[in-house]
Structures are given as C-alpha cells and as structure tokens.
Design a protein around this ligand. Structure first.
Ligand SMILES: Cc1ncc(C[n+]2csc(CCOP(=O)(O)OP(=O)(O)O)c2C)c(N)n1
Ligand SMILES: [Mg+2]
Length: 323
C-alpha cells in the first residue's frame, strides 16, 4: 500500500464523516427534510471500494452520501441536494436517497431495497454487448440479500456471464431487524458462492476492502464474469433520522465503535509511515472548511421553481440515460 492511497483514504473518509455529522445537525435544525440515512461507521467500505474499483459505473442504495463524495462529486452540490435546492446534483428534486450524476458514472441512490441490483446487471450487460470493459459495481445492504431481485440478479449474471461486482455491505441490521432474524445464512457471501467467486472481508479496514475490490475488478475485467464481495461493517447511527435505535445492545455498539475505521486507518498508517500527524491536522482543517462552505452554499441556493415540477419526470429521449 502506498502513501498516496493512504492519504486519499484518510481525506475521503474524514470528508464523509464530517459531511454526515454536519448533515445530521442541519436536519435537526429543519434545513433538511425527508429521509436521511447516515453511513457513519461504514466509510471504509465506501471509500475502499470506490478507490479499489477505480473507473466504472456505480449503482448504490439510499445510504449513499459517502459513496457520492468518494466518486468525486463535490460536497456543495451533494449538500445542496439534501437541502432540496436547485443547485443540488438532482436539482433538489431527489434529496438524500437520489443522488445521481452521469458525469461521475454515478447512477444513484435507490430507495427501493435491492432495486439497484438488477439495474446494475442490465447496465453491465449493455457494457458487455458494446465491448466496453470499464466495469459496473453495485452496492446493497444485508437486508437486500433476502429479496427476490437479489437472487434473480446473481442467477442471470452468472448465467449470462455479466461482468459486474456485487458488493454487500453487511452492517447486521435491516432497520431494526438483526440479520439472524431475517436471513437463513448470516455469512452472506455463501448466498453467491455457488454462482461466482465470493469473499468476505473486514469492512472496518479500508486497506482490506480496497484490496478485495481491486482483485474483484481485475477478475470481472479479465474473465468477463461476476464477482461477489461481502464487507462486514457497522452503522453507528440509527437507520434513519426517525429511528429510535432501541433494538441494539449498548455493549455491541461500544465494541464496534472501538473498531472505528478512521481510527484504525490512522493507527496503521502512522505506524507504517504512510501518514504524518501534520497531514492529518491539515486534512481535518480542510474538510471542516469544505463542509462549512458546502452548508453555506446550500443555504444560499434557491429552491427549484414551479417550472421544474414536470421536468425530468419522464425521459424524452431515452438513449443516453447510462452514457
Ligand atoms: C422493497 C422495499 N421493502 C421495504 C423497504 C423499507 N426499507 C427501507 S430500508 C430497509 C432495510 C434495508 O436494510 P439493508 O439492506 O441491510 O440496508 P441498510 O439500511 O442496513 O444499509 C427497509 C426494509 C423498502 N424501502 N423497499
Ligand atoms: Mg443492513
């Protein structure tokens, strides 16, 4: 692992964390409405997978702010979207669960559990037919692996040899339901292993996620077939802002917080000389400033006008939705 990657990991993970902490505050003030699903605790999965995969299309679920930032979307346009402002990435009409920007090959943000999985398989199949090997990755939660569309997708991807990376973020909960109460298998890579290579990785360790996803990307590109990665992770915040969070033992939360992915990265990278205390201080100040500017930008931006109401509802020319 080189210094440049360690620096990018730290910057993006810290940016994601501070961005979401600030989004939570703004939600409490009433500046953000609707749903807000935070990924605090899961940053190593989003950042490690994003950098490990490199170029390609991303389809994710509603817990997506850190994914969007890790793919390069600017904090101010993402924050403005959460605020429902016209300057947001989806013109303020999508909100937190519908970040979308084809410039970054980022195709959302889906509010329907598991719905992005067949979308990604379709996009990957289209890429294959065009001879385009840039790659498609789809992320989804543990809960999504109990849905029919997940099984249909892994089946078709294996049958038609579709080069797509399935990335399961196993944070052990689907809202308030523990995985053991909803899934017959709790090692979720086992659900895919008869269809494709499938591995389980420590999702609190950004280096481990990066390496697993990099290997997966090489496989889908050279073999032209699907691959499955399960990342074991944990969300520190409630499912969404309206969740009372009473279903989790305090002890469990304490144990998982002691494995904080940002702290783990710092400890290891400082020890191995990949990061310096000065760099960490510099990044900590920089992200605070960037997020502050993003909030100011969002606050000052106007809401969408009434003339936006019927725009972007249906596609008039549907050929280039996935460019
Ligand atoms: C088809 C469908 N069923 C139910 C819901 C309600 N719902 C929203 S999030 C969620 C839990 C999903 O959990 P998981 O896939 O583990 O993702 P996580 O929230 O943990 O990231 C459910 C059941 C939904 N949005 N869509
Ligand atoms: Mg979950």
């Amino acid at each position: 692992m080189n210094k440049s990657y360690a620096e990018q990991f730290y910057y993006l993970m810290k940016l994601g964390r501070v961005f979401e902490q600030r989004a939570k505050e703004e939600y409490m003030k009433g500046n953000i409405a609707g749903f807000l699903h935070l990924a605090i605790g899961e940053e190593a999965v989003h950042v490690g997978a994003s950098l490990g995969f490199g170029k390609g299309d991303f389809f994710v679920h509603y817990r997506e702010h850190v994914w969007a930032l890790a793919r390069g979307m600017e904090p101010k346009y993402v924050m403005a979207e959460l605020f429902g402002k016209i300057t947001g990435v989806s013109k303020g009409k999508g909100g937190s669960m519908h970040l979308y920007d084809p410039k970054y090959n980022f195709y959302g943000g889906n509010a329907i559990v598991g719905a992005q999985i067949p979308h990604a398989v379709g996009a990957a199949y289209a890429r294959k037919l065009r001879g385009d090997k840039s790659g498609v990755m789809v992320a989804f939660g543990d809960g999504a692996t109990n849905a029919g569309n997940f099984y249909e997708s892994i089946n078709l991807a294996a049958l038609w040899k579709v080069p797509v990376l399935f990335l399961c973020e196993n944070n052990r909960y689907a809202i308030g339901t523990h995985i053991s109460r909803a899934s017959a298998l709790t090692d979720l890579y086992m659900k895919a292993k008869d269809y494709m290579p499938a591995v389980q990785v420590d999702g609190m360790d950004v280096f481990a996620v990066f390496e697993a996803v990099k290997q997966a990307k090489e496989y889908i590109q050279t073999e032209g077939k699907p691959y499955f990665v399960e990342a074991l992770t944990y969300r520190y915040e409630p499912h969404s802002m309206s969740d009372t969070n009473v279903y989790r033992p305090q002890k469990e939360m304490e144990i998982m917080k002691s494995k904080d992915p940002i702290q783990l990265l710092k400890d290891r990278a400082l020890k191995e000389g990949l990061l310096t205390e000065d760099f960490i201080r510099y990044v900590d100040d920089k992200v605070l400033q960037e997020v502050e500017e993003a909030v100011e930008f969002a606050l000052k931006s106007p809401e969408p006008g009434l003339d936006e109401l019927y725009k972007d509802v249906f596609c008039e020319v549907c050929t280039d939705v996935v460019s």
